[in-house]
Structures are given as C-alpha cells and as structure tokens.
Design a protein around this ligand. Structure first.
Ligand code: HAS
Ligand code: CU1
Length: 603
C-alpha cells in the first residue's frame, strides 16, 4: 500500500529578515589609510594586468593575418622585434591568457571579498604577493622577449626553454596561491566572528573560487616542481612529455573556470543592478559555484583524447564529467537572462522583445557584459561539441580551437573584465571615465571583431587548417590547394584582425586616459560597489535559510570532497603513466639559428 504524501502539512517556514531582499551595502571601513592602501594594491594588480593585455592585444592581428594567408612576420621592422611567428604567438598567448587573467583576478578577488566582509587584511602581505607576482613575471619575461622561451602558452616538453621562464612562471603561480590563502583565511576568521551566519554572496563566490584554484593548480605545481624544474636544472636525465602534459591539463582545463568565474561574479552580483534589475536567486548562484568547485578539475583529459597510454575508459569518464560541468553554466545562462528580463521589465519593457529593447544599451559597462555573454552562448555550445569523443578528432589541433577560445576567454572573460574596468577604475581612483562613447564603441568593435574571428577560425578548422602553424608561409602546392577552399573564412579572419586592432586601441585610449586624468570624485560616494537587490535571497541567519543555502555553506568540507574527486579521477591515470614513464631529451625547435635546431644529448 502506498502512502500519499501529507499534502496538508504546511511547508517549513523560512524566516528571512525583511531587509534580506535589499541590496547589500559593504560594511564601512573607517580607517581611510587602510582603505586607500587596499584600493591601491588592487589598482596595481588591475593596471599591470591591462598593460600585459595591451601588448598581447597588439600582437593579435599578426596571428589573424597569418590565418588570412598574409605573412607579416617577414617584415624587416617586425623581424627586429620578433624572431618568428612562434615567438609572436608565445608572447600573445602568455600575456593574454596567463598574465592578464592572473593579475586581474588576483586584484579583483582580493578586493571584493575583503570589502564584502569589511575585513582588515594584512596589507604588507597583500603588497608582498603583488611584488612577488610581478617579480615572477619579469623573470619569465626576459627569456620570452629574447626568444629563449618560445614554447607557446602550454610549454609542452620536450620543447625546452631557458630555466628563467619556468622559475618566473612558478613564482607567479605561487604568488596567486598566497592571495588565495589570504582570502580563504580571512573568510575563516569571518566565520569564527559570525557563527550561524550565512556567508555573504560575493564572499561565498570568491572563496569557493579560490578554493577551486587551490585544487586545480596542484597539477601545475606538480608539473613545475616534480617535472620541469628538475629537468631544466639537469637533475633528471630527460622528461616524460605525457606525464607533463597530463599534469598541465589537470590545471589547464579548470583554469578556464578560474578565468570565467570572476566574470560570473560580476554577472550574478553586479550586472543586475547595473542593468536596473535584481538577482534572480541567491541560493542558485551558490549552487553554481559549488558545482564548479567540485567538478571543474576532474575533466582535463578531454584535451588528451588523441594521446596514447591513457585508457579509453578514463577518456570517456572525463568526457561525461565535462558535460556535467556545462550544467552550472547553463544554470547561469537562465539565471542571468532572468535578471536581464527583470531589468528590462522594470524599465518598461513589455512583450517578447521588450526584454531586448529596454536594456541600457548606452552604458558601456552593461553592453560590454551582455555582448560577452552573447559570445559565450556560441563559445559554450562549441565547447560541448569539442568535448565529444566522436567529434574531437575532426577539430583537435585545428584552427577550430583558437576559434573556440577567443569567444570564451577572449570575449566572455576578457570583455567582461574590460567592462568591469569602466566602473572599477573610477571606484578605485575617484577619476571619471573618459569618453564613454568611445568606451561603448570599443565594446561593440571587440564583440564584432571576435565574431568575425570565431566564424573564420571555426570554419577553417572544419576544413582541416591546423592551429599553431605559419600557414601563410606554406610553399608546398598541395597545402595551398587544400586551403584554397578556405578563402572565405580566411578573409573573415583577416578582417577580424583589423576590427580587433581598432577595438583594442579605442579601449586602451579610454582606460589610459581615465587613469591619467585628475581625481575629481569621492570614489566611495560617486561609484559605490554596485550590489544588486535579490528576488530570492539567502538571508543572513543559517537557521532561517533554505536547505540549499545550508547545504552549500560548509565550503571547507566541500573543498575536501573536491580534492578527493580529483585524486579519484586522476590517481589511476597518473599511476599508469608513471609506471610506463620514458624520459626523452629536451628539444629546441624555435631558434632561428639553424645549427641549434634539434634535440639535446641525453644528460
Ligand atoms: Fe574550452 C579547449 C571544452 C568552456 C577555454 N577551451 C579550450 C582551450 C581554451 C579553452 C583556452 O572538451 C584551448 C586549449 C589549448 O590551447 O589546447 N570548453 C569546453 C567545454 C566548456 C568550455 C565543454 N573553454 C571554456 C571556457 C574557456 C575555455 C569557459 C575560457 C574561459 N575546450 C573544451 C575542449 C577543449 C577546449 C574539449 C579541447 C579541445 C582540443 O581538442 O584540444 C563548457 O564549460 C562550456 C559551457 C558553457 C555554456 C554556455 C552558457 C552560456 C552563458 C551565457 C548566457 C547568455 C546570456 C545573454 C544570459 C553551456 C552563461 C542573454 C542576453 C541577451 C540580451 C540575449
Ligand atoms: Cu578543457
């Protein structure tokens, strides 16, 4: 006999505080000198990030022109600066994907939770991490600029670069781990001082993200300390490329969420307010971040479907886990679309398209982020296709891949960070955004350029054009003939290079002109942190909170689960690789001195 559910039992009463629906206000910080120092260190992180992006962006069109069949690398002026296409590509990838992201995120995710908790952090330590990260960058930059670390941004062995590159990169990553530690420990202190309280949303998202970085960066840490550094310092006779590559992708996939989630923080917490709407559901935002904490890392083998010595079973398991990690992004898509609809309706938008027409389309902060999201619809869908075991052989190592990552990290992330800069720089400095119309134009240009690039490169990839290749210099007629069918996508890619150059120049004009303009406002009053109101809040007391809020609150325990999941999903794979390890000597393929090309003697 079945028992019918007790429909007449009243639902448990949640007792959220009446003001829980209102926008949060950051706790006041009375000590002006401390606040100024916190803002200053954040500004240093952010400005260093954008200087890296500036150089990286200027190098971008050279790559786009190559994929349009135009070889600009033979130009004598350029030749004096860059020895080869590979040096240009290495600088472009390292500066944009590794340096820009890491500096911006370290500043953004140090500042936000500190302000959100009203915490007093050790500023000497905070400045110390910034100086350490910058020192690491400078050490790695020397061999990069001297063509001694032309290894592309994945630095796969057995390609071997100058030791200073590996040392500098390791110091940079170590500095970011110290930032992570500082934020997590500050939160632990907050929890002790506020027992029974729900962690505020922005802090929750930031702390869980730093925890995720601490899990996912372990692969890179192990690669640096156990494989690369002992090898380049001659302590090991050679290197096992597959072990290095597997450890790299342990970090390498999850790092994309380390880039993306700081943008999600802005989309969830701040964009609704900036657009005139509300956060749809705080508990759902928390669930999203917990799903990323647990599931971002044990998926990296989707980059290695073509590699030997990893069983198909593990490849399939990682494929399914990859599909699973798309779910929190889909939750985000619907949730943020809901916030935008709420904004448009509040601004008088009615009917099916009112949601589109009534958004603040003149505000570069909002427009930049919406366009970033629109690009991510294509980027995310492409990622899911890319992850499928059956389709991967068609596009792996083709131009499709850079097509994919320019509308994920290159647009969803970078364009969001650019749009954030339009309010964050005034908030940190008390200066006013110079030329908002140029700022708006730069956002449309960036989006349009990236769309051209993405269509061109995905299309070229489907036609078999390889990635990371100086295809504009191929002399063999057979290749030329093969690529003949790519004239249209090649033209689109070339056009994208010009549009993106214009976009970059206009964006950096606005940014640097704003930074160089005089301070005119009381920053706290003129540009406060743009917290949003909430339709479905989490509340402040854990006792009155929903089961979902209570289940996601114990981040330390969830962090342990994340470590366990990674150990489970990578342990057996790495064990087999270690058992079959075979060391090979390092090779130098990128030097322009012909006699130096080749592999070193086994040490
Ligand atoms: Fe990826 C390769 C699979 C996401 C970056 N990826 C790369 C590489 C990079 C990269 C840099 O499985 C190249 C690495 C290399 O050099 O070799 N990727 C995925 C999957 C996802 C994914 C399944 N990737 C990203 C993100 C990145 C990124 C995010 C950077 C930030 N990727 C792969 C695979 C490869 C790969 C394979 C290896 C390929 C190979 O063969 O080498 C998923 O996380 C995507 C889920 C996303 C969604 C989209 C949600 C949409 C949202 C926007 C909503 C819009 C709104 C606007 C609300 C399901 C949230 C509406 C408003 C209006 C006004 C209309
Ligand atoms: Cu990936």
């Amino acid at each position: 006999m079945t028992v019918s559910p007790p429909y007449d039992t009243p639902a448990p009463q949640r007792t959220l505080e009446p003001d829980a629906y209102r926008a949060r206000v950051a706790p006041a910080i009375g000590d002006a000198a401390y606040l100024a120092s916190l803002k200053k260190v954040t500004q240093y992180y952010v400005v260093t990030a954008f200087i890296a992006l500036f150089i990286g962006v200027l190098l971008g069109p050279l790559q786009a022109f190559n994929y349009a069949g135009i070889n600009v690398y033979e130009n004598p002026i350029l030749k004096a600066l860059l020895k080869s296409y590979y040096q240009g590509l290495s600088l472009h990838g390292v500066l944009n994907a590794l340096v820009f992201t890491q500096f911006f995120i370290s500043g953004w995710l140090l500042y936000l939770p500190t302000r959100d908790m009203g915490a007093r952090i050790n500023m000497k330590f905070a400045w110390g991490t910034y100086i350490m990260m910058t020192a690491g960058l400078l050490i790695a930059a020397v061999p990069l600029l001297l063509n001694k670390a032309t290894l592309l941004y994945t630095f796969y062995p057995p390609m071997e670069g100058h030791w200073a590159f590996y040392v500098g990169a390791t110091i940079m990553v170590a500095a970011s781990l110290l930032v992570a530690g500082q934020v997590v420990l500050t939160w632990v202190g907050w929890k002790k001082q506020n027992p029974g309280q729900v962690t505020p949303l922005v802090t929750f998202m930031s702390v869980s993200l730093w925890m995720m970085w601490l899990v996912c960066s372990l692969g890179l840490v192990a690669e640096a300390l156990l494989v690369l550094l002992p090898w380049v310092f001659g302590l090991r006779p050679g290197v096992d490329p597959l072990i290095a590559k597997t450890l790299f992708w342990w970090t390498g996939h999850a790092i994309v969420y380390f880039w993306l989630l700081p943008a999600y923080i802005s989309w969830y917490a701040f964009l609704p307010k900036q657009a005139g709407g509300r956060i749809v559901s705080e508990p759902l935002a928390r669930l999203t971040f917990v799903m990323f904490l647990l599931n971002s890392t044990p998926v990296g083998i989707h980059h290695q479907y073509a590699d030997p010595n990893i069983s198909n079973t593990w490849k399939m398991i990682h494929m399914f886990l990859t599909f699973l990690v798309a779910i929190p992004s889909l939750l985000t898509a619907f949730s943020i679309a809901g916030s935008l609809e709420d904004a448009a309706r509040a601004r008088g938008g009615r009917g099916l398209f009112g949601m589109l027409t009534h958004l603040p389309w003149k505000d570069p902060v909002v427009v930049g982020q919406i366009l970033a999201m629109v690009s991510f619809i294509g980027g995310g869908a492409g990622g899911i296709i890319t992850a499928s075991f059956a389709f991967s052989p068609v596009i792996h190592n083709t131009a499709w891949i850079p097509g994919h990552f320019h509308i994920t990290v290159g647009t969803a992330v970078t364009q969001t960070f650019m749009a954030i800069a339009f309010w964050l720089v005034p908030h940190l400095t008390g200066k006013r955004l110079v030329a908002p119309k140029v700022a708006l134009a730069s956002m449309w240009l960036w989006f349009t350029g990236m769309m051209f690039f993405a269509v061109g490169m995905h299309w070229e990839g489907l036609l078999g054009v390889p990635r990371r290749a100086l295809i504009s210099a191929v002399a063999l007629p057979i290749y030329k003939e093969g690529y003949m069918h790519s004239q249209i996508p090649m033209a689109l890619t070339g056009i994208s290079g010009v549009i993106l150059l214009l976009a970059g120049l206009s964006f950096f004009y606005v940014l640097f002109a704003t930074l160089l303009s005089p301070r005119v406002d009381d920053a706290e009053a003129a540009t406060p942190l743009p917290y949003s109101e909430t339709i479905s809040p989490a509340g402040r007391s854990l006792r009155g909170a929903s089961p979902l809020v209570r289940a996601t609150e114990p981040l330390l325990a969830l962090w342990v689960v994340a470590f366990a999941l990674v150990a489970l999903m990578y342990g057996p794979v790495l064990m087999r690789l270690t058992q079959n390890a075979s060391l090979v000597p390092g090779c130098n393929y990128y030097t322009t001195v012909q006699s130096e090309v080749g592999c070193n003697e086994q040490r």
